[in-house]
Design a protein around this ligand. Structure first.
Ligand code: ATP
Ligand code: LTN
Length: 335
């Protein structure tokens, strides 16, 4: 809780242009959240991004682009605090404290660390290892009641809860215990090329993902090339991951139920299904892409959002940080 309102925190890494998976699994759900009920914080988590080597100029550009995409997708920056994680130093300061309350064994179990270490064997840095502790700091700094994430982040949310409960037990109630908020559909959009793997922006095969800023003809082409199977029957089943994924995307975009979609596609071939799904995605993304282009031209407006929201985030984050610093025994500041 913050100022008598429920608090909500989420973030995305600025590691690449975001995909349809990020949009349907996260961003679209954020936009649908009732702003009267929650005080919302959406961060561009650039500090998490450097756990994998980044080109500095590219990272700066992508971070700004992601911030603009948050707004273009429908998050009103007056109602939602949209800011860069690196502009609020309390994230790093709280992380240090939480590090001292997190066990090696807990970190060793994190599957994202294992996956990313395999992907980047030349750079298995300790930041990658303690990544979930920074994520816990993000969430706990804002006393978040709810955290909208995709299903792949559940393990990190669990550890956040464990750390918070552990510290509350020692020091009394310092942190709100956060709950995950999973959308009903689109929680796991799969790769268009290997539909048993999640769609990921860092996939090297460009046909595996739809990027939010892909042009309509590129989107249509990628759906046309989507991997399906050979029996040409449209059904929603784990045995048909490619078709299931296309149906999931269609339902998440249009709001149809699986039954409605199956009725609509009854007796259609795979080619027609891919075309319909592609068209639905193009229509969903068109207004977002238009707003994005306008926003990126309006430098002063974006800069004012960056400045004002960093101040707001700093205000709330510092409040929690000071409380925790006091509880663990750091000396009071002299004014
Ligand atoms: P990377 O490829 O760099 O690991 P990513 O594409 O997996 O990145 P993140 O920045 O880790 O994306 O995730 C941002 C948000 O999007 C998270 O809440 C995550 O759960 C959600 N998300 C990511 N991929 C998908 C997906 N394929 N389907 C649904 N949600 C997703
Ligand atoms: N780890 C997340 C991004 C992230 C996040 C957060 C999400 C960083 N801090 C706090 C929710 C709340 C990811 O990789 N998707």
């Amino acid at each position: 809780m913050l100022d008598g309102k429920k608090s909500l925190f989420s973030g995305m890494q600025a590691t690449g242009t975001i995909t349809l998976g990020n949009y349907l699994g996260a961003l679209k759900n954020w936009v649908d959240i009732d702003k009267d009920e929650y005080m919302c914080f959406y961060s561009v988590v650039d500090m998490h991004s450097i756990t994998v080597r980044q080109n500095p100029a590219e990272l700066r550009k992508r971070a700004r682009s992601l911030l603009a995409l948050y707004i273009a997708a429908g998050l009103d920056p007056e109602e939602n605090c949209i800011y860069y994680q690196s502009h609020v130093s309390a994230h790093a300061e709280l992380m240090w404290i939480l590090n001292c309350f997190t066990y090696m064994g807990e970190m060793n179990r994190m599957t994202q660390f294992k996956d990313k270490s395999k992907k980047h064997p030349e750079n298995i840095n300790t930041g990658l290892f303690t990544y979930p502790v920074l994520m816990a700091a993000d969430i706990l700094l804002f006393q978040a009641d709810v955290v909208p994430v995709g299903i792949d982040q559940m393990q990190h949310l669990e550890i956040t809860r464990d750390i918070a409960q552990r510290m509350n037990k020692i020091y009394g109630d310092i942190f709100t215990i956060p709950e995950a908020y999973l959308g009903k559909v689109g929680t796991k959009i799969m790769s268009l090329q290997e539909p048993t793997k999640k769609m990921s922006k860092s996939d090297e095969n460009p046909n595996a993902h739809i990027l939010l800023l892909d042009e309509p003809d590129v989107i249509m082409r990628k759906f046309k090339k989507a991997v399906t199977d050979s029996d040409a029957c449209i059904a929603y089943s784990e045995d048909k991951p490619g078709i299931k994924n296309l149906l999931d995307i269609y339902c998440a975009v249009t709001g149809s139920t699986v039954d409605q979609a199956l009725a609509e596609f009854d007796s259609m071939g795979y080619g027609a299904l891919k075309k319909r799904v592609g068209e639905a995605v193009v229509e969903e993304l068109r207004p977002i892409q238009e707003r994005y282009q306008d926003l990126m031209k309006n430098k002063d407006y974006i800069n004012s959002i960056i400045k004002n929201n960093a101040e707001k985030a700093n205000y709330y984050a510092t409040k929690t940080l000071r409380k925790v610093q006091r509880k663990v025994g750091f000396p009071d500041r002299i004014r």
